[in-house]
Design a protein around this ligand. Structure first.
Ligand code: PGA
Length: 233
């Protein structure tokens, strides 16, 4: 089981350091892998605060080139120099608000894995796509951009469930995960309004290997409760 906290554009360096120092003191289940994904500027403080622990620090995005004229981008070697362990790629907010496409997501995923970073690649349908009955076609198209890799994890995050409080039912999530696992055999996280009170039921689905948590990862208590809910029974 893997629980990853996506902090999005929250927590500057001071707050991130404070959160990570507090997280060190929480009794997290040893059978659950825990990861936090702070904004770029807070990566160094987070890596420092979590040094010597099993908690990994991931970025939220990463470019495919090592360096060059790509204003605003950050590369895998730069992240690795900081001690960052992996990165999210293709989060729906990147796709919807910042023009990320299946093609750019594929380039980023490929380059990051080549560089030795772990990658959580995100996929998921919008509510319009679900209403049209296109969910499985969309997932197949998005997943076709990836190749299996031991350092690749896929996060299924239905766009209509992100930050809305509307969670996919465990059955819906299980079905989507099964569709994806038929195409690529890698661990899969569910994301979209995962909270302490729905985490255990979602994590109990056989095709769900963990969670990508947004809002509920910003508070220690709710994040720790989700990590505990992920202990396999
Ligand atoms: P949420 O976000 O848990 O706030 O819905 C999930 C995500 O965007 O990764």
């Amino acid at each position: 089981m893997l629980i990853a906290g996506n902090w999005k554009m929250f927590k500057g360096p001071a707050e991130a350091g404070e959160f990570c120092r507090a997280l060190r003191d929480v009794d997290l289940p040893s059978v659950v892998d825990v990861v936090v994904c702070p904004p770029y500027v807070s990566l160094a403080a987070s890596v420092q605060a979590l040094a010597g622990t099993e908690i990994g620090v991931f970025a939220q995005n990463c470019h495919w080139e090592d360096q060059g004229a790509f204003t605003g981008e950050v590369s895998a070697p730069m992240l690795q120099e900081l001690g960052v362990y992996g990165t999210l790629i293709g989060h729906s907010e990147r796709r919807q608000l910042f023009g990320e496409t299946d093609a750019t997501v594929a380039r980023r995923v490929h380059a990051c894995l080549e560089a030795g970073l772990h990658v959580i690649a995100c996929v998921g349908e919008t509510d319009e796509e679900r209403d049209k009955g296109a969910t499985h076609a969309v997932l197949r198209r998005q997943v076709a951009a990836f190749e299996p890799d031991e350092n690749l994890v896929i996060a299924y995050e239905p766009v209509w469930a992100i930050g809305t409080g509307k969670t996919a039912t465990p059955q819906m999530a299980q079905e989507a995960h099964e569709t994806i696992k038929e195409l690529i055999d890698v661990p899969m996280l569910y994301g979209g309004s995962v909270k302490p009170d729905n985490a255990a039921e979602l994590m109990a689905q056989p095709a769900i290997d963990g969670a990508l948590v947004g809002g509920a990862s910003l508070e220690i208590d709710s994040f720790a409760a989700i990590c505990r809910a992920a202990i396999p029974s």
